[in-house]
Design a protein around this ligand. Structure first.
Ligand code: PLP
Length: 456
């Protein structure tokens, strides 16, 4: 429905009802107090709100919408599936045709020997299920003592109780504790803010050594999985891991017989300039979790992609993987994902992700002209600009620059995500070079306005 189809009265009513009848996800009361935002249509990299205001979407609808908004190809694929069969569950011994076709396609594009998929509805479910898969794998292969999960501080893995247990942000964990026993945290790997106050390469990858120390002190025979995001997401500012770290984690898992789970819910599907971020490091996990851009946001879908070796533990009567949900791998979502991947392959969007990485790096780097710009990190189309009081000492800003800049951009027709004083730039893969310039120009003006506002 386009915004022209809402009467003034309806617009007013929906905004009031949003506050009265909806408890929002990760709600921000301070921002809601500034006004309710309702979006009604989209095309390419732009979305339009209920009042007809158009915005350049630099956060790709929560890092989902890689192919841009309003694609006819996806609408046709969804309609065709709806006309054929609205739903058939992936249950017992039954499958829908698009689900099987998508499993084939994922086996083709996933790295290494990842070729068997379990489908879900979301990224949280994918991570939760990967851990269940690891635990049952060990339960079934004579290692029942392996139940612990090692994840990292500063990484987000989802919203369920399990994934909250492995999410390394105390503020998200504390209100719902106690969480799952056996959830162990290793250091965040962000060289610009090293927990150990060391510098790469002189550190000799102390973070990796600490990870091994944790494995040994917990008892390797009790650890089922190491769960990590090879490129941590927008909450952490996309810190690219130092060379040798992920390779070392893979070797460590092999040494102690631990399963390696990569959470590529945010980083998968071309956004780093390869299909999956782990490919930049030549490291293949035992289970790869994806969601978000698997459908570019056109329908909900999550997936755990694993190897024949892991999957073979679930073959034979009585050995089945004891997990499932009614809608996991919904046919409409699978049809959307297949059409989405077809667009990726036809339009060479993974290669475009790599090209955009070079362009964004160069253009965003021009913002170092402002002394509040401390750090710019990322790869492909995933970038974070950290604002600081002092680039050398890395002293934090006292003022809320991030909020000011985000609001300034919004008033000037651009959606920008801020995480405190970190600005996140994660545009769709179909963004044009001119639109990249528009982003950088807006950021330049917004930073200038913020500096003036805060008397810098
Ligand atoms: C890295 C990562 N893992 C897991 C999730 C959870 O996915 P979902 O919100 O689809 O449950 C997210 C969501 O932002 C994410 O960025």
């Amino acid at each position: 429905m386009s915004n022209a189809m809402f009467t003034e009265e309806e617009k007013k009513r929906l905004k009031i009802s949003a506050r009265k009848h909806v408890l929002g996800h990760w709600m921000c009361n301070a921002d809601l107090d500034k006004g309710v935002k309702i979006f009604t249509s989209g095309k390419g990299c732009r979305i339009t709100d209920i009042d007809g205001n158009e915005f350049l979407d630099t956060f790709s609808n929560l890092v989902t919408c890689t192919i841009g908004h309003g694609r006819e190809e996806i609408r046709h694929a969804i309609n065709a599936q709806l006309e054929a069969l609205e739903f058939f569950p992936n249950y017992h011994d039954g499958f829908s045709a698009p689900l099987v076709k998508l499993a084939e396609k994922l086996a083709e594009i996933a790295p290494g020997d990842l070729e068997v998929t379990f489908f879900l509805n979301s990224g949280s479910e994918a991570n939760e299920t990967a851990v269940k898969m690891a635990r049952q794998y060990f339960w079934q292969t004579g290692q029942k003592g392996r139940y612990k999960v090692i994840s990292r501080r500063g990484s987000y893995h989802g919203t369920t109780l399990g994934t909250t247990s492995w999410t390394g942000f105390p503020a998200l964990r504390e209100p719902v504790e106690p969480l799952l026993p056996g959830s162990i945290f290793a250091p965040q790997v962000k060289c610009s803010e090293c927990e150990m106050k060391l510098c790469y390469p002189g550190c000799g990858l102390a973070c990796l050594k600490e990870l091994e120390r944790i494995v040994v002190s917990e008892g390797p025979d009790t650890v089922a999985a190491i769960l990590m995001d090879p490129l941590p997401g927008s909450n952490s500012g996309y810190p690219v891991p130092p060379k040798g770290y992920l390779e070392g984690v893979r070797a460590l898992c092999d040494k102690y017989g631990i399963l390696l789970i990569f959470d590529e819910v945010q980083t998968g599907f071309g956004k780093t300039g390869k299909w999956f971020a782990c490919e930049h490091f030549g490291v293949t996990p035992d289970i790869l979790d994806v969601s978000k851009s698997i459908t570019s946001g056109y329908a909900p879908l999550g997936a755990c992609i694993t190897t024949q070796k892991i999957a073979s533990a679930f073959q034979g009567p009585g050995n089945e993987f004891r997990s499932g949900s009614t809608y996991g791998g919904h046919g409409i979502s699978c049809a959307a994902a297949l059409a989405n991947i077809e667009i990726f392959q036809r339009d060479h969007l993974v290669e475009r992700g790599a090209e955009l990485g070079r362009i964004l790096k160069e253009k965003l780097s021009s913002l170092y002209e402002f002394d509040v710009v401390g750090d710019i990190q990322g790869m492909g189309t995933l970038w974070a600009i950290e604002l600081m009081d002092n680039r050398e000492t890395r002293a934090k800003l006292k003022e809320e620059y991030g909020v000011f800049i985000r609001d300034w951009c919004y008033e000037h027709g651009m959606i920008l995500r801020n995480n405190g004083n970190m600005l996140v730039i994660a545009p769709p893969l179909v963004i044009s070079n001119e639109e990249v310039d528009e982003i950088v120009n807006n950021l330049r003006q917004a930073i200038q306005a913020a500096m003036k506002h805060f008397n810098r």
